[in-house]
Design a protein. Structure first.
Length: 263
């Protein structure tokens, strides 16, 4: 059935908003229906230009319910039933640190699967070495780091104590921080220090295990983190999202809000 698309001006003026999909992502469609190849994917924290009034379009299913309300974007259409939108201009970094991103995958990071801690630590080491003008930090790899930890024999991830010792072994003094709250992370980033934080990776598209990220920027409403695995470099998380990820780690050493801060 051909969809009748209303006059855009009847749906309100274009305005900025931040999306929060009900699943890992949602699709922007070329027309207000689920047919055709999506134009792009939107993830939590992504900014859009949209018209605030919804309109009736093609039917889609959400939790067994049939819905048909859509948003008109500046380019494309978004199913209203699979997303909430917070009005307002996108968050922008107030402070950004020049921290190299290090992935836990690839030819120099394939020794172990649970090497996010080694990758996050190496990100911090490369940042520190750059600041001090030491040897080319790219010469150190995640696999090199893993050889100096329990990952050399067991693929079981690293504790905070192991990461702290690993950093010190490479000359980066640090302290284990408990509690490492979003307020503390913001304070450290503003002071020029990238904290390494333990989170539950299900809030980054993972399976719900302990995972390490590095805070690299802070804005008015959230943070940008280097995620060695799922989301990659400079992934945006609202303050509430990061707080939940930090808090939901009771299965890991019975602590919430924990990490390592370089000194």
């Amino acid at each position: 059935m051909t969809q009748t698309i209303p006059d855009p001006t009847s749906l309100g003026a274009l305005q900025y908003g931040t999306v929060n999909p009900t699943s890992d992502f949602t699709n922007v469609r070329p027309s207000p229906d689920t047919n055709g190849t999506p134009l792009r994917q939107l993830h939590s924290g992504d900014s859009i230009l949209y018209r605030p009034k919804t309109f009736t379009g093609g039917t889609y299913s959400v939790g067994g319910r049939q819905l048909n309300q859509w948003y008109m974007l500046d380019k494309g259409y978004l199913a209203a039933g699979v997303v909430t939108i917070t009005p307002g201009a996108p968050d922008v970094p107030k402070v950004t640190l020049d921290v190299p991103f290090v992935s836990q995958t690839g030819p120099t990071a394939n020794r172990r699967g649970n090497d996010c801690g080694a990758a996050a630590a190496l990100s911090v080491i490369r940042w520190k070495y750059q600041k001090l003008g030491l040897l080319d930090p790219s010469l150190i790899t995640v696999d090199d780091m893993a050889l100096h930890t329990s990952l050399a024999t067991v693929d079981d991830g690293l504790t905070l104590a192991e990461i702290s010792a690993l950093l010190k072994g490479y000359g980066v003094q640090n302290v284990i921080s408990r509690p490492l709250t979003t307020d503390v992370i913001a304070q450290e980033i503003r002071a020029g220090i990238p904290p390494l934080a333990l989170v539950n990776d299900k809030y980054l598209g993972g399976t719900g295990v302990g995972h390490y990220v590095v805070g690299v920027a802070v804005g008015e409403r959230g943070f940008w983190v280097h995620d060695p695995d799922h989301k990659g470099a400079s992934h945006y998380m609202t303050t509430a999202e990061l707080d939940t990820a930090l808090k939901d780690v009771l299965q890991f050493n019975s602590y919430t809000y924990q990490g390592v801060i370089p000194t």
